[in-house]
Structure formats: structure tokens, C-alpha cells
Design a protein around this ligand. Structure first.
Ligand code: C5P
Length: 218
């Protein structure tokens, strides 16, 4: 992939700081911010609303095909799912279903096609398979990791939820996700351990890496 197109793939575990970093980086680089987790979450939310069974791969594919994704706003243009506001996509029901939706290869295939379209003209894209599968030739790949305890604390803060409940949900999701997509850095990915880094320090590291790839972007 030509480095003329700014595509940054940000992979990592839930609570590793992907979203905060990806949004900030997109803003600084002047490209779209695409949180691909929202796409899987929207299928999970739709499956609840429409009563589609989590083993019904074709039913879930139909739901995925029926969703409309778009980039809204600027600074940065951000992925939105028509008909869903962010709180619809972080309910406990969605949290407990999303990995079971994401385990179906046919669902992944439909969403990955959409992701490639959304990112084609430049984006910071986050997910757990963006650098390994969706954009393996992205000029910049970042892999975020963080201690389990830090990840749980961050998620609990973000969701204003009880730490024990968050820990259980995260462990269950991690175990299911690991069976679908091994969480491994893609070849050539820059690994950032965010356990002891502030949001600004993480962004500075990522911006440093971006400036080495795109020196003309200040
Ligand atoms: O990143 P986020 O926590 O919002 O992702 C929610 C879930 O969506 C993940 O736990 C995973 O099951 C699925 N997902 C995925 N591939 C992606 C993004 C998310 O399988 N690229």
C-alpha cells in the first residue's frame, strides 16, 4: 500500500486505550476515525431488537448487510451507525453478545468489506484484526497492550461501572475473542504498552511514529 494514503491500523485488547488514541491521532493527522468495534456492536444490538439467534450466522449476516455506516462530522470525521447512538452500543446485553456475533466468519467478511471501503481514502482504524487482516499493508501499524488491571480500571471508569462486574465481562470477552482472532501484533507493528502511560504520552509516541512515516504531516 502506498504511503500516500494515510492509513493507521490500531489493534489491541479492550481497555488498552485504542479508542482514545485512535481518535486523537485521527484528529492530529486530519483523517477519519473508524472504530470497527461499533460495527460488531451494532449487529449485536440489532440481534437483540430483532430476536435473531446468535448461532444463526445467515440471520446475523442479513442484519449486518442492513446496517448503514457513515462518516459524520469533522475533526475527525467519525464512524456512525444509522439508527444507533453510542449508548445503545455499550449496554450489558451488547457487551455479552458482541463476541458471539464476531465469531462468525461470514459476519466478519461482510463487515471487513465495509471497513476497507470506509478506510480507503485515509483513516485511523481501530479493532483487533485491522493490521493483521483488514489492512495488512497499512503504512503504519500500532499494537496497544496494557496490564489486565489497568484495562479493567479504565473500562470501569469509562462505563462508570463496578470493577468486579467489568472484570468478569472483560475476561469472558477476551477468552471468546481469543478463539476468533488471536490478539497478536501484525508483522511490522509498533508495540506500545500503555499500562504506565498517560493519554498524552501514548499520543506522543504514536505521533512520533506517524511523523516518521509521513514527515510532511506536522
Ligand atoms: O473494540 P470493542 O471493545 O468495541 O469491540 C467489541 C467487540 O467487537 C470485540 O470484543 C470483538 O468481539 C469484536 N471486534 C472484532 N473485530 C474488530 C473489532 C471488534 O472482532 N475489528
Amino acid at each position: 500500500m502506498s504511503a500516500a494514503v494515510i492509513i493507521v491500523a490500531v489493534d489491541g485488547a479492550a481497555g488498552s486505550g485504542k479508542s482514545t488514541l485512535a481518535r486523537g491521532l485521527a484528529q492530529r493527522l486530519g483523517v477519519a476515525y473508524v472504530n470497527t468495534g461499533l460495527m460488531y456492536r451494532a449487529v449485536a444490538a440489532a440481534s437483540i431488537a430483532r430476536g435473531v439467534d446468535l448461532d444463526d450466522a445467515e440471520g446475523l449476516v442479513d442484519l449486518a448487510r442492513g446496517l448503514r455506516f457513515r462518516l459524520e462530522g469533522d475533526d475527525p470525521p467519525t464512524l456512525e451507525v444509522e439508527g444507533y447512538v453510542p449508548v445503545d452500543l455499550t449496554t450489558p446485553g451488547v457487551e455479552s453478545r458482541v463476541s458471539l456475533v464476531a465469531r462468525h466468519p461470514v459476519v466478519r467478511s461482510v463487515l471487513r468489506d465495509q471497513q476497507r471501503t470506509l478506510g480507503a481514502t485515509g483513516a485511523v482504524m481501530e479493532g483487533r484484526d485491522i493490521a493483521t487482516v483488514v489492512f495488512p499493508d497499512a503504512p503504519l501499524k500500532l499494537f496497544l497492550r496494557a496490564d489486565q488491571m489497568r484495562r479493567v480500571d479504565r473500562r470501569a471508569d469509562e462505563r462508570d461501572a463496578d470493577t468486579n462486574v467489568v472484570r468478569d465481562a472483560l475476561e469472558r470477552r477476551d477468552a471468546r475473542d481469543a478463539r476468533t482472532t488471536p490478539l497478536e501484533p501484525a508483522p511490522g507493528a509498533i508495540i506500545i504498552d500503555t499500562s504506565d502511560l498517560s493519554i498524552d504520552q501514548t499520543l506522543d509516541e504514536a505521533l512520533g511514529a506517524a511523523r516518521r512515516v509521513w514527515p510532511e504531516r506536522r
